[in-house]
Design a protein around this ligand. Structure first.
Ligand code: NDP
Length: 481
């Protein structure tokens, strides 16, 4: 059985206590590797290694840091297929999606911040001719990056790339549900010549290593992506210690279809925004609001396209919906389908687990599920499900749809479909969300601010925002005369 190892001080090492957790392949429901069950001892070693590496790494020129990060990006590219296969087996997503989307995006994350740091300049503010201010941006020191299981290497690199580029040393913790590509990434870092201790990866359970990673006095900042409840726990322990915090949390995103939309595009993209990666993307549109005059037409065409989505072996090219990432998450999604029925919803597509033949028979598969007839403010429509489940509801006016769309405690992303640009602007301005897509979905420019409002998070990632988060600003004022 393959053993995944921690990456501490430039070495691949066993957890100190020697304990491991079973790592499942969700497509088969079978254990296929072992993940370190790290504890506080491993976290402390990793933090110490990062602290020792900081004086050297932070003194590298931006050009030197950039060169190493570019080498890592190039090695991700070179190993694209192997990483995509590992991600698919570990997470359950279709191989093609990892190969064409997520692993290339992990490469872009490294490349983007490796080059961005070369342009991240100090600002200067002249006060007439009698004084000048300049603002230094210095790395923080040791920072913690904690990432979830849905887009494992993509979100892992999205955090560590700006942290490393800015000159920090990092202790990172991937989800114990998907530890594999972070382990392979450690090997890539070694091959690229990243100095020991600059990046450390502690694998294992958040409940066991999380407290040390978020409260240790040498940790200056915590960048977290995951569920809102976990974010709340981290804020509770880290905020009183005055650590810098970036929290990217859950979502319950509205997808608003106006009658004057480009119908063909709106339907096809709504299928994609509902079920890509089994609906396990924080940005998926899980509540579809359709203007009443086209509701029946939209529903018919949407259901016809959903019926064509093949639920199958994640490694098979024809598969559109793979396995749910873990048994526990599978059960959570199924429990929400049961809740929707209790709340009076009609299941108009899916609504059941799928059993595949042969060695996949124990895997965790759920048919793409569409539910109608629910009130906009019932639990199914307010709580995050994070699976291949969407609800569909009619609306009569802009005011009404805005009220329904804004009814949740979440505010991560929203999608609006209309050919009326004035209406698009007007609705976008009133939607409570950090990101609004008009006539598209998941079109990403890495320079833009990324994050949510309300219980979807605090702070922004991406572009200068990420580099600002991972640096401290110090203003120096010189009186000239
Ligand atoms: P969790 O909150 O369960 O876990 C996220 C990470 O935090 C994991 O590595 C987890 O480890 C770790 N963790 C758990 N408890 C602690 C703790 N006390 N201290 C420190 N770390 C801890 O989220 P999921 O992995 O279930 O991911 C799904 C969630 O992520 C969804 O809510 C989704 O919306 C959100 N998400 C948000 C995104 C955004 O950009 N806003 C993007 C992608 C996902 P372990 O796995 O061992 O518990």
């Amino acid at each position: 059985m393959q053993k995944i190892l921690n990456y501490i001080n430039g070495q691949l090492v066993e957890p100190v206590a020697g304990n491991y957790i079973d790592n499942y392949n969700p497509a088969t429901g079978k254990v296929y590797s072992l993940c370190p069950d790290s504890d506080e001892q491993d976290a402390i070693l990793a933090i110490a290694a990062a602290k020792a590496a900081f004086p050297i790494w932070s003194q590298y020129t931006t050009n030197q840091r950039s060169a190493i990060l570019l080498k890592i990006a190039a090695l991700i590219d070179l190993n694209n297929d192997a990483l995509a296969q590992a991600e698919s087996i570990d997470q359950g997503k279709p191989f093609w999606l990892a190969q064409k989307g997520e692993i290339p995006r992990a490469q872009s994350n490294m490349h983007f911040f490796a080059t961005a740091i070369e342009h991240f300049a100090s600002e200067s503010h002249a006060m007439g001719d009698h004084a000048i201010n300049y603002t230094l941006k210095t790395p923080l020191g040791v920072v913690t990056c904690i990432s979830p299981w849905n887009l494992p290497l993509y979100l892992f690199t999205w955090k560590i790339a700006p942290a490393l580029a800015a000159g920090n040393c990092v202790v990172a913790k991937p989800s114990e549900i998907t530890p594999m590509t972070a382990y392979l990434f450690a090997k890539i870092c070694m091959e690229a010549g990243l100095p020991p201790g600059v990046l450390n990866i502690v694998q294992g359970l958040g409940t066991k290593v999380g407290p040390a990673l978020t409260t240790h006095p040498d940790v200056k900042a915590v960048s977290f992506t995951g569920g809102t409840k976990t974010g709340e726990q981290i804020a509770k322990v880290a905020a009183p210690l005055f650590k810098k915090l970036s929290l990217e949390l859950g979502g319950k995103n509205p997808n608003i279809i106006f009658a004057d939309c480009d119908f063909k595009k709106a339907v096809a993209e709504s299928v994609r925004s509902s079920f890509t990666n089994q609906g396990e993307i924080c940005l998926c549109g899980s509540r579809i609001f359709v203007e009443r005059s086209i509701y029946d037409q939209f529903k018919t065409e949407f259901l016809a396209q959903v019926a064509n989505l093949i639920v199958g072996d994640p490694l098979h090219a024809a598969t559109k919906v793979g396995a749910i990432a873990s048994k526990i998450h599978f059960e959570k999604v199924m429990s929400y389908i049961a809740l929707a029925k209790e709340e009076g919803g009609q299941i108009i597509a899916g609504g059941h687990a799928v059993t595949l033949p042969g060695e996949l028979s124990e895997g965790y598969y759920i048919a793409p599920t569409v539910i109608e007839g629910l009130a906009y403010n019932c639990r199914t429509n307010l709580e995050e499900i994070f699976g291949p489940v969407v609800t569909i509801m009619p609306f009569d006016s802009e005011e009404e749809v805005l009220q329904m769309a804004n009814a949740t405690q979440y505010g991560l992303a929203a999608t609006i479909w209309t050919e009326n640009v004035t209406k698009a602007h007007r609705v976008a301005a009133q939607i409570q969300a950090g990101i609004v897509w008009i006539n598209c979905w998941l079109l990403r420019d890495l320079r833009t601010p990324f994050g949510g409002v309300k219980q979807s998070g605090v702070g922004r990632e991406g572009g200068w925002e990420a580099l600002r988060f991972f640096t401290e600003q110090k203003n120096v004022c010189i009186k000239l005369n």
